[in-house]
Design a protein. Structure first.
Length: 461
């Protein structure tokens, strides 16, 4: 390792940096050429220095996305072979030696160790037995041996899987190991997983799916009945009489989703949430089919879903009414969850889980776009201007569905955290709901036309 090496500058990974064409092949258009080569230099330097897993170095995520880091590491491991495990071991040995020297200097200064005292005898610790320094050295060596074994295991896992970096928060003191989880947090984590064993129970696909399928049928049936018999309350009986009904419905749904998001920050509730608000194909509790569509663990996921729900949901609500809207929302969410669960059970994908309102919101979007299929798509009714070219709502719906299908195909090559099956199930439910609403409107117009004809016929008589 050059004496002038710094983590910020990294090390050259080859004689010449990547060209613009090569950067496009490795990273696509997401990373410009200078940043790409800088990222490769820094990652290569860490591979050589054995510091890929060092939590005290600057976090690369401040400048680059994790996806770019993964592609950079994959390219380096393919074109610039380096024994990362051996380099990490050499670094650990160097740190052990430096730590011993530091302890030795402190021991000499405090007068608890005399140089060459252990040469008096070949017995451990000399004729006076094991001293303070020897005890500290043995403890440090044992701790670093455990750390090295853990690092080798992690490095093998990284090499076999995605090649992404594992990053840690910066601590105030230098430490080679991850921070220990508190005993209380360990207890709640264990309690939260008591209903989930290490191995998925042996069950047939039908046994895993039929309880959720039965709940799906009941949910869709009740949603249809609710939409049929619902009568909007009078203004005097409403909780927020001055707020538009559509806004009140959206605020209520957002409040429910936010409340469940907050409960995920309460460890004593983890077991309950893992059972009823997280869909796990290995342990398919039927009621998680509905609970998961109101559940979010990420603030970004929650914010994005609730923003789209408010923007599109209020428009659809004002057009179809609260009864129909809630039926579409719940039905689409349940069908999306069932589509996701069915796919994962049939493909034995038991190490996954799913949650979020995306399926329900996909149903809302699909229904609204189909009901306005011939209209031009605009943002807030302002952009693009009327004389500008634009696409129709039907075209946008087709593009969204195409994107989900493309995502399914791409997921076989590079897995992502997006539940495309839930989205497709939601879109299918929303489209079906729009067709039912259109048919109901057509029949309503037909009944009104027949009523007018009868009235006119009575006058003629």
């Amino acid at each position: 390792m050059p004496s002038t090496y710094t983590d910020e500058d990294g090390l050259p990974f080859r004689n010449t940096p990547l060209t613009k064409k090569e950067v496009l092949q490795v990273f696509g258009t997401e990373v410009e050429i200078h940043s790409a080569n800088q990222l490769l230099r820094r990652l290569h330097g860490r591979r050589v220095a054995g510091t890929l897993e060092d939590p005290n170095l600057l976090d690369l995520n401040a400048d680059h996305e994790k996806a770019a880091q993964a592609r950079a590491l994959e390219w380096l491991r393919e074109h610039v072979p380096v024994d990362e495990i051996e380099n990490a071991a050499l670094r650990a040995e160097k740190e052990l030696s430096e730590m011993d020297e530091e302890v030795l200097r402190d021991a000499e200064r405090l007068g608890i160790y005399t140089p060459n005292a252990q040469d008096v005898s070949k017995k451990p610790g000399g004729v006076y037995g094991q001293g303070v320094f020897e005890k500290m050295r043995a403890e440090n060596k044992e701790r670093l041996d455990k750390l090295e074994a853990e690092r080798k295991s992690q490095a093998e896992e990284i090499r076999e899987n995605t090649g992404t970096l594992t990053t840690l928060d910066h601590g105030s003191s230098r430490s080679l190991a991850r921070p220990e989880m508190s005993e209380k947090m360990k207890y709640w984590q264990q309690q939260g997983m008591l209903s989930h064993g290490d191995v998925a129970p042996t069950m047939s696909a039908f046994s895993r799916l039929w309880p959720s399928g039965l709940l799906l049928v009941v949910t869709c049936g009740l949603a249809y009945v609710f939409a049929t018999v619902y009568e909007p309350p009078t203004k005097g009986t409403r909780l927020w009489p001055d707020m538009p009904a559509s806004a009140a419905t959206m605020v209520s749904l957002i409040a429910i989703n936010t409340a469940i998001f907050v409960t995920w920050r309460v460890p004593p509730l983890w077991r309950y949430l893992n059972t009823y608000f997280l869909q796990v194909p290995a342990y398919p509790y039927a009621f998680s089919l509905l609970g998961s569509i109101f559940s979010h663990q990420s603030l970004r996921h929650l914010t994005m879903n609730m923003f789209v729900l408010f923007m599109i949901g209020t428009r659809l609500h004002e057009e179809v009414g609260r009864g129909n809207f809630l039926a579409i929302y719940l039905g689409s969410g349940a069908i999306g969850s069932m589509a996701s669960l069915t796919f994962r059970v049939m493909t034995n994908s038991f190490i996954t889980s799913s949650l979020g309102a995306s399926g329900a919101i996909a149903g809302v979007i699909g229904c609204y776009l189909l009901l306005h299929g011939e209209e031009k798509v605009t943002i807030l009714g302002v952009f693009p201007p009327p004389d500008w070219p634009s696409i129709s709502s039907m075209m946008l719906l087709s593009l969204l569905i195409g994107f989900e299908i493309f995502g399914l195909a791409r997921q076989r090559i590079k897995p992502t955290s997006i539940d495309h099956w839930a989205h497709l199930g939601g879109f299918a439910s929303g489209i079906g709901s729009a067709l039912l609403i259109r048919d109901e409107v057509r029949r309503r117009k037909q009944r009104e036309l027949e009523r007018r004809k009868k009235r006119e016929y009575g006058r003629l008589r």
